[in-house]
Design a protein around this ligand. Structure first.
Ligand code: PLP
Length: 411
């Protein structure tokens, strides 16, 4: 095990701090390390592996398409892109889509569309458009995106940053309205903040934002890279409040856990700002990605994964809330996107994840105090209950009275 970790450490930038496990195989909700130990995946690659590892239908779609035609660039039409975007638009209710690869690229696409719409359609003076974002946001790692992050580490040393972003508290619709000026083109928001610590806003927040944005002719753009595609128990998290955004960003699960596939979807007049040459990506919308994306969307519908996430998420939430331990500050989430908030004076989230690893469950902390639980949506009740048993067992090893570093916790 150490040899692989050493090789990685020797040659890789240290921009991640992985848990000490070397994975080699995955199937469904299970992962295996190089020593043959099996783990329950309760993280799903930051919600990208909603269908479980190596779903046979998706792998088959990918392999068949790879044999036929994989990458052409958008210099030509293919017989895969149109059907993919048609299904994506039908399912999300937005008429136009622009395919990209990573979530951050989808967000960048949304920002460009919003600014250009602001300048060319809304009539904001050129170069003056502003976009309102929320404190605690996470939208990726490009220089523009980290420039509007409220997390000092994400920004430290990476400036100068793009101007034109205004930040307001998340969950506060009045603050949004107060921040709107004639220069505001769009409001970019995650319906539930994922990397920010699985923060669920007060009920009615998104609906209030919708109403405010409509009234001020400001685009409501929902970043559903993490919350979208059934993760929170609805196809889109904004559907919990019957909100239809003007722009929508999807990613992660859109690639079926096999490829990076993202998309920006929008109203006709918003997407109409893009002319040939304005924007693009060599790989965005390639036949391989389109085939996998299509199969992933079909599977979401066919297996009713939104309903499944809703039901199993409620079970997980209930199970976690039933655990009585003084280190627990809160349990929150929707569907199968759940955060367990721990008191760092008693146990750090990192230590907790290391303990889970030792007991055969994989997850990852976010923001030092929150352990996320976001298993593949195909998880069964029995598998979920097995995960809960492990979480309870780990709490049994956490002393209730003082902070203990991982090494000193009893085995
Ligand atoms: N937007 C949200 C809400 C995310 O959670 C993430 C990633 O975690 C991104 C965008 C960026 O996606 P990617 O890492 O694929 O660039």
């Amino acid at each position: 095990m150490n040899a692989w970790i050493e090789a990685e450490n020797r040659h890789s930038a240290s921009n991640y701090k992985p848990l000490p496990v070397v994975l080699t195989r995955g199937q469904g909700v299970w992962l295996w390390d190089v020593d043959g130990k099996r783990y329950l995946d309760m993280m799903s690659a930051y919600s990208a592996v909603s269908f479980g590892h190596g779903h046979p239908v998706l792998v088959e779609a990918m392999v068949a398409q790879a044999r036929q035609l994989a990458v052409t660039s958008r210099a030509f039409h293919t017989d895969r892109l149109g059907p993919f975007l048609q299904l994506l638009c039908e399912m999300t209710g937005l008429p136009k889509a622009l395919p990209m690869n990573t979530g951050a690229e989808g967000v960048e696409t949304a920002l460009k569309a919003a600014r250009k719409w602001g300048h060319k359609v809304k009539g904001i003076a050129d170069g003056q458009a502003e976009i309102i974002v929320c404190n605690g946001n996470f939208a990726g790692r490009t220089t523009t995106i980290v420039g509007f992050s409220s997390e000092p580490q994400y920004r430290d040393g990476f400036g100068p940053f793009a101007p034109g972003f205004v930040s307001v508290p998340f969950g506060d619709a009045a603050a949004l309205e107060a921040a709107i000026t004639p220069r505001t083109a769009a409001f970019l928001v995650e319906p539930i903040q994922g990397e920010g610590g699985i923060i669920v806003p007060p009920a009615g927040y998104l609906a209030a934002c919708r109403e405010i944005c409509t009234r001020h002719n400001v685009l409501l753009i929902c970043d559903e890279v993490q919350t979208g595609l059934a993760r929170t128990g609805r196809l889109l998290a904004c559907q919990h409040e019957n909100v239809k955004p003007d722009g929508l960003i999807l990613g992660k699960a859109l690639g079926g856990g096999l490829l990076p596939v993202s998309a920006f979807l929008a109203r006709e007049d918003v997407m109409a700002v893009f002319r040939p040459g304005d924007h693009g990506s060599t790989f965005g919308g390639n036949p391989l990605a389109s085939a996998v994306g299509t199969a992933a969307l079909q599977l979401l519908k066919q297996d009713n994964l939104a309903e499944r996430a809703d039901k199993l998420g409620a079970r997980l939430l209930e199970g976690l809330r039933a655990i009585r331990h003084p280190a627990i500050r809160g349990v929150r989430g929707k569907g199968l996107l759940i955060g367990l908030d721990l008191d760092p004076a008693q146990v750090s989230a990192r230590t907790f994840c290391e303990r889970l690893l030792q007991h055969g469950v994989l997850s990852k902390e976010t923001h030092e105090t929150v352990v996320r639980f976001a298993p593949p949506l195909v998880i069964t009740e029995q598998e979920l209950d097995a995960g809960l048993d492990v979480i309870r067992a780990v709490f049994d090893t956490v002393p209730a009275d003082r902070r203990m570093p991982a090494e000193s916790l009893p085995a």
